[in-house]
Design a protein around this ligand. Structure first.
Ligand code: NAD
Length: 368
């Protein structure tokens, strides 16, 4: 069988710095685990604008459609702030999400025990936390029509419309159930069925999908406001949380911050299965291009490495190897390895981006 293919779009700012570490890790899996990827690289964001005058070239878009998964660093930066909206670096990212139809956004909130003190919650509430939020990404109130600001009776009225079709809910629900099967086998679906018709439909369709194809997965429902409370009261009760675009935007930021630093947060955006059965997929750290630390070797590469671990698990069915990589990260953190963003009040000397890569690679070697 052909090697799985990966398109790397390192982007701007610290994107290329953290991606350099990830490329070494990808090579490690080829050398030591016989898991070789056909890796190609291209430009996105400001880097693409500098080369082509657009934040994503058509050829790059075409490549992204062909590969098994896209791994993206970060886009944006002060050099591009004054560009016309249509060619801003973020438009490259949005084009990828839109044209690949990446409707399921996966944001894990995973707490490494060594970093439990970084959370605003008590240590015992979050130590060992491992939850996944599946947010519907391409529909709902951010896209629904009618929308706009109108004048009615001499008064301005702002309008947005929450709109979901059965098909949109069904495919998001399927993504959540499939994920749960690879994790703790539990889905909690969140909406506001008490006050929103779209929420009633959401709950009905999730139940139908569950009964038809996923009855072996434990399903519960929660109103999203209660879900927000439960996330900060007892987050470990959850495995996979399924929710819509608006509630997911808020709940995923809340859940992510339970675990501390932006430099630790990966994400994935998945679409429909391709002919080979793998979902269309893009993996990227949650953080941006961090212009304040660009070029200084200060960036934490772990969010980007964990994004690659998600690719191993969700695109390439390599759950054991994803575990190996996450365990290596857990181990170096437990041993006290820290980039600057992870330094506690006790101080110490932070590792550079490359040095953090070195210790993670050494931990991977030790895992063999
Ligand atoms: P940011 O995430 O780039 O940085 C916020 C803060 O977190 C900064 O102090 C930064 O130094 C720190 N930080 C972020 N990632 C880190 C890492 N891996 N290691 C250590 N510290 C890290 O957000 P911002 O400053 O609001 O935005 C900067 C640029 O990035 C803007 O142009 C913005 O539009 C863009 N952006 C891009 C994405 C993306 O590519 N997905 C996401 C958010 C922001």
């Amino acid at each position: 069988m052909a090697n799985p293919s990966l398109l790397i779009l390192a982007g701007d700012g610290i994107g290329p710095e953290v991606m350099d570490v990830v490329k070494r890790i990808i090579s490690w899996f080829g050398d030591k685990r016989d898991l070789t990827f056909d890796v190609s690289e291209d430009l996105v964001g400001g880097a693409a604008y500098d080369a082509h005058g657009v934040p994503l070239h058509d050829d790059t878009m075409a490549k992204a459609q062909e590969v098994d998964a896209v791994l993206l660093g970060a886009v944006g930066g002060p050099n591009y702030d004054d560009l016309d909206f249509s060619v801003k670096p973020e438009r490259g990212l949005l084009r990828l999400r839109k044209e690949m139809d990446l409707f399921a956004n996966l944001r894990p909130a995973q707490c490494f025990d060594a970093l439990a003190d970084f959370s605003s919650l008590k240590k015992e509430l979050i130590a060992g936390l491992d939850i996944m939020i599946v947010r519907e990404l391409t529909s709902g109130v951010y896209f629904g029509e009618p929308r706009g600001i109108h004048v009615e009776d001499n008064m301005r009225v702002g309008i947005n419309t929450q709109r979901y079709t059965e098909a949109e809910i069904e495919r998001a629900a399927r993504a959540a159930f499939e994920l749960a099967k690879k994790r703790g086998n539990k889905v909690c679906s969140m909406e506001k069925a008490n006050v929103m018709e779209s929420g009633i439909l959401w709950r009905d369709v999730v139940n139908e999908v569950h009964q038809a194809d996923y009855a072996d997965v434990e399903l519960s429902h929660m109103y999203a406001d209660n879900g927000a409370m439960q996330l900060v009261r007892a987050p470990k009760q959850f495995d996979v949380i399924l929710t819509d675009n608006l509630f997911g935007d808020i709940l995923s930021d809340c859940a992510a911050m339970l675990t501390g630093s932006l430099g630790m947060l990966p994400s994935a955006s998945l679409g429909l299965p391709m002919a080979n059965g793998r979902p269309k997929a893009m993996y990227e750290p949650v953080h941006g291009s961090a212009p304040d630390i660009t070029g200084q070797g200060k960036a934490n590469p772990i969010a980007c490495i964990l994004s690659f671990a998600m690719a191993l698990r969700y695109s390439f069915d390599q759950g054991t190897e994803a575990d190996r990589l996450e365990t290596a990260i857990e181990k170096v953190l437990a041993d006290g390895a820290r980039t600057g963003d992870l330094m506690g009040p006790e101080g110490g000397t932070p590792l550079s981006t490359t040095e953090m890569g070195d210790v993670i690679l050494a931990a991977l070697d030790a895992s063999l």
